[in-house]
Design a protein around this ligand. Structure first.
Ligand code: HEC
Length: 135
């Protein structure tokens, strides 16, 4: 009987922590996401395979080309690059399937084939949110 009570108690406790987590996630404001995205963008390596991070190839300063194009002004041009793709779709695709569209003056295959394995869904969301406000 005692152990049953203990199990029940643990279950209730588990339930509480889960609930707390969801509430916390909901409270994540866009600003939190942007800040988180900026941190991810600036990491030199991503994921457990430590693939080269965004900041080693991209600057967010206007006109500064490292290996990839400067991402300054991305929020302004992203909605107009590929017909029927809004800024969010364009940016997500640019990360997960970089060769789907090649920026003029750059070569395909320079960016990793995909960052899908190196970024969790949450990290991807935060990163896109950060890139979406670069002007
Ligand atoms: C090894 C260098 C390299 C790394 C690392 C890299 N990129 Fe790129 N990126 C490029 C190159 C080169 C292009 C231009 C060719 C193309 O369009 O695929 C590009 C294009 C882009 C574009 C399209 C820009 C535009 O003006 O339309 C976005 C957005 C982008 N990268 C985001 C990222 C993000 C976010 C990361 C990190 C997860 C990242 N890149 C990592 C080299 C890199």
């Amino acid at each position: 009987m005692k152990s049953l009570a203990l199990i029940l108690f643990s279950l209730i406790l588990l339930g509480c922590t889960d609930g707390g987590k969801i509430e916390k996630t909901e409270k994540l404001t866009v600003n939190n996401l942007i800040a988180q995205g900026k941190l991810i963008f600036n990491r030199k390596h991503l994921g457990k395979n430590k693939v080269v991070g965004c900041v080693l190839c991209h600057s967010t300063k206007k006109g500064v080309v490292i290996i990839g194009p400067s991402l300054a002004g991305l929020s302004i041009r992203a909605p107009h690059i590929v017909p029927n793709e809004d800024a969010r779709q364009y940016i997500s695709k640019a990360i997960l399937n970089p060769d789907a569209y090649i920026v003029e003056g750059f070569l395909p295959g320079t960016m990793l084939a995909t960052f899908e394995d190196a970024l969790t869904k949450e990290e991807m969301n935060a990163l896109v949110e950060y890139l979406l406000q670069l002007d």
